[in-house]
Each structure stands twice: as C-alpha cells, then as structure tokens.
Design a protein around this ligand. Sequence first.
Ligand code: C5P
Length: 398
Amino acid sequence: MLSGKRILLIIGGGIAAYKVLDLIRRLRERGVHVTPVLTASGEEFITPLSVGALAGSRVYRDLFDLTDEAEMGHIQLSRAADLLVVAPATADMMARMAGGMANDLATTLLLATDKQVLLAPAMNVRMWRHPATERNLATLRGGGIHFVGPNDGEMACGEFGPGRMAEPLEIVAAIEAALAVGPLTGRHVIITSGPTHEPIDPVRYIANRSSGTQGAALAAALRDLGARVSFITGPASVPPPQGVDVTRIETAREMHEAVLDHLPADAAVFAAAVADWRVSNAAERKLKKDATGKAPKLDFTENPDILASVAQMTKGRPRLIVGFAAETHDVIANAEAKRTRKGCDWIVANDVSPASGIMGGTENAVTILSAAGAETWPRMSKEAVAARLAGRIAAALA
Ligand code: C5P
C-alpha cells in the first residue's frame, strides 16, 4: 500500500532522532521513497551520512544551499512528496509551525507545502503539557495536521509521562492512515470510546463494563475510509487502533476537555460509556477502615454530558453527531427520547441487558435512529457494525 509513495522526512533535534534511522529502514522495506531533511539540531543527534545511507537519497540540510536550489528549489521539494513527516517534532518546531515561521529549510518546506503533514512529537513531559505547547497543538490540529503519539513512558531525561516519540511501526501505520484515500479523505472525525474511571480515593474508582471494542472498531473503519481520526479513550480493555491520533483520559471531565480540544471536526461519534456521576467527596488519601466499622459515605455530582454539550453548540458544531444508547429495556423508545433530548443527529441504540451478551462482547445488534426513522440491523460483529456505520457517516458527509 505504501509502495511507490514519496515521503519528505523532516528530522528534528531530539534524542528520539535515533529512532528515525529505524523508521527510514522500515519505510524503505515497504518501497517508500524517503527524502530526508535534517535540521541543524537534528544533526546534533544523528549524522547526515547515516541518514543518507539508509534513505538511499541525498540529505537536504540548508535553505541557502545554492546547489540544492539549482537541483530542486525548496518550493518544489515541499510539493514533490505525497506526505511530509516531522519526526521527532520538538516543542520548538511545533511553536514555529504554529506561528507560521519559515526561518530554516524545515519550516519553510512546511509552510510552502500543499500536502498533508504528519507530526510525531517528542519532548519532555513538562514541555508537552506546557500551556504554550497545548496552544500550539490546538492551532496545528485545527489546521488539519495529523499527529501520532507521543506515548506515555519513561523518557531519556529520566521523567515519566507523555512525551516519548511513537515507535517507528506506529509512525508507519500513521503514514498509511494519512495517505489512505477514500470517501472521508480530508475529513476529521472525533470518537469517544471506552469507560471512564471516576475516583473514590487515589486507589479506588467507579467504572463500568465497557471494553471499548465498538469505539475502536469504528475508529479503524473511519480511518480506512480516509478520515483523520481523533480517538479519545478511557481505560479500555482493547488497544486503540493504529494510525489514529489517540488521547487517553480517565474521567468524564477529562474526556469532555479532550473533545473540546480536538474541535473543529466534521463529525463526532460518542461511543464512550461515560459515567453519569462522579464522587464529589473523593478522598485525597486512601480511605481506611476504622474501629467504628462505619462505611464511608460517598456523595455524587452529575458529570457533564459531553454529547449533549457538543450537539447543542451554537457555533462550530460538527455537521454530524452520533450518540450511542445502551439500554436494558424499551430500547427504541428510550433511545429516540435521548436523541431529541440531547440534540444529536443519530443514535445507535443497543440492548445491553446481560442476556444479550453485547456489553464487553464481540457482537452487536443495533438500531439506527435518525430524523428519518428507525432502522434495525441484524446481529453482527462489532467490526461489521463499524464498517456499515462508517459507510453511513461517509455518505452523510459527502
Ligand atoms: O444518557 P446516556 O449515558 O445513556 O447517553 C449515552 C450517549 O451519551 C452516548 O453516546 C455517550 O457516549 C454519551 N454521553 C456523554 N457524556 C455523558 C453521558 C453520556 O457524552 N456524561
């Protein structure tokens, strides 16, 4: 699928640059033509010789190299590729991109290109979470840039958290997804998935049995139709699909914030099983049994309804909003009432009574409710439901 594609690979300055050597190898194995652009700071970590040898290509380094300009001008270089990939994308690179700067070859190419751009960020966790980086991220996302990672984990600087660059094979999958051509190419879809965890104390939480299977299958199906997918997931028991921009959250409030951060979108699908309530008196320290034997009293507050808040936005509402209704009785009547109450366009209703085996299972039997009426689909795998629903979404956005 990638064979014959042309990637302009911009290598930023970060310790993760060493992984880019492996990325180049993986891309070459798949028949991709890689044209490397090594930034001055990237060159502090890996050499032009190793990059050029692995890529089997000349390495572009300087904006003012007259030989380069005579061979291929920077405008042409920025357009000759099918996709531009920046790995590692540092905080500084993201800031310069968000600000529209063109003060070296890499940023000039990124500003001049008419092709899609994929970023694989890598930086210290505090830099990633800094409000300035968050603002830049929002600006770049809003401009339609694709992201892969960063992942959580231990970092070269010894700290722990999000900031590690995605692994080479994850970047390859994101490249495949960014290049996928289908009816949803150029469209951005947000999906929420999985359960939320609402803390009782630092070690205990309230959750539900959602596995995240339907949401993950839907994200993969939309990706395969060419969509740029922002996948916002609670602690699910199935892994997120490759090639989508994953944001991991725990609580409903974090999910809400993440959804708002990822707008604008053409469509939003709310497949998550969000906890309706959170514990308002969650303890800062672990609750202990005491001599009185009295059980702790938990107070609850209602969580924000993420679906309703987005569906009722007066400005910037995604064109198509799809909700799910997991019901144990009067499925259709309850789901239709929910559709009008929340203000979404479609509701995917299903019966989650224990006898149905759907919640946490591999199959689903759904009814799609819209202004046009109700349509019941036969029981099928969650992947098949996802493929059919993704096709419907593509048709609605066409
Ligand atoms: O009201 P109920 O939880 O049954 O609604 C289900 C739909 O609403 C799902 O699409 C779910 O993802 C969404 N929802 C939400 N935020 C909540 C509760 C539900 O987005 N707090």
